[in-house]
Design a protein around this ligand. Structure first.
Ligand SMILES: Nc1ncnc2c1ncn2[C@@H]1O[C@H](COP(=O)(O)OP(=O)(O)OP(=O)(O)O)[C@@H](O)[C@H]1O
Ligand SMILES: [Mg+2]
Length: 250
């Protein structure tokens, strides 16, 4: 199987805080890899290192066989990133933003228009003429998704992609990600929604306090832990199975 993402001993220190401690994993072609962990576990920090936004304290990442820090431009051309808090030019309209991204990535005008139209239909987007500064969180999220999906990148990184999306858009996104993976992409996504991880992800990595504490398919995780639901596996691994006690004491 072809490895499209390889993280080797990725580590990040923020001052004295070890946000990510020597995390290693691969994401293969045709695969959706779900990255799970409690708040503050190091998911976003890992994703930012994988995409070259944040320089690791040590360790490295390869995307499609290219080192992320040594070949940043080549890597950007095969990669799409949907961050959890989309940060876009507020003074542009959605359409202007998409055209700008299209020109950065040398997309042909007709191709861009066609893809934007298809994706706008899929996500019920009818606000591309408005300024991004006037968008709601969900509207920004959808624009970000269109700007990434219109390029059909080989490798996709998504941080909590369904947060802020309405039910129909979330469903369409999930189906599209599966389709792209089947067509040859590799997808790395973080999520807190265990049901999404359970239904969508081919393999799951669980990070806790900066450490990758479990990895495998859902059935591998089940047989290793002796627990049936991903929720029980997750809570057991991340040491939060004393929940009943906590609630009782509240
Ligand atoms: N820029 C930064 N400067 C200092 N500390 C940071 C920075 N970014 C993250 N951290 C710290 O690193 C740790 C991991 O944070 P991270 O955002 O990666 O968590 P996460 O798993 O994405 O959490 P969540 O589920 O809440 O999104 C936390 O302790 C956080 O406070
Ligand atoms: Mg995060």
């Amino acid at each position: 199987m072809e490895k499209l993402v390889s993280a080797r001993e990725l580590k990040k220190l923020f001052g004295k805080v070890e946000a990510v401690k020597a995390v290693s994993f691969h994401v293969y072609k045709n695969e959706i890899y779900g990255f799970l962990g409690p708040n503050g576990a190091g998911k976003t920090t890992t994703l930012r290192m994988l995409t070259g936004v944040l320089k690791p304290t040590s360790g490295d990442t390869e995307i499609c066989g290219m080192d992320v820090l040594q070949r940043p431009i080549d890597v950007k051309f095969v990669t799409g990133v949907v961050p959890d808090e989309p940060n876009m030019y507020e003074n542009l309209t959605g359409q202007e933003f998409l055209e700008f991204i299209g020109s950065v990535f040398s997309m042909k005008k007709e191709k861009l228009n066609q893809r934007v139209e298809e994706l706008s239909d899929a996500f019920d987007v009818n606000f591309l003429g408005k300024f991004i500064g006037d968008y709601s969180h969900g509207m920004k999220q959808k624009l970000m998704l269109i700007s990434v999906l219109m390029r059909k990148p080989r490798v996709l990184f998504l941080d909590e992609p369904t947060v802020g999306l309405d039910a129909k858009s979330a469903k369409i996104l999930k189906m599209l990600l599966r389709k792209y993976a089947n067509e040859g992409s590799a997808i790395f996504m973080t999520t807190h929604v265990l049901e999404i991880a359970e239904k969508m992800c081919d393999r799951i990595g669980i990070i806790n306090k900066g450490e990758l504490i479990a990895e495998g398919t859902l059935s591998e995780l089940r047989s290793r832990s002796g627990k049936e639901s991903l929720e029980d596996i997750f809570l057991n691994l991340t040491g939060e199975d004393e929940i009943k006690e906590i609630v009782d004491n509240l």
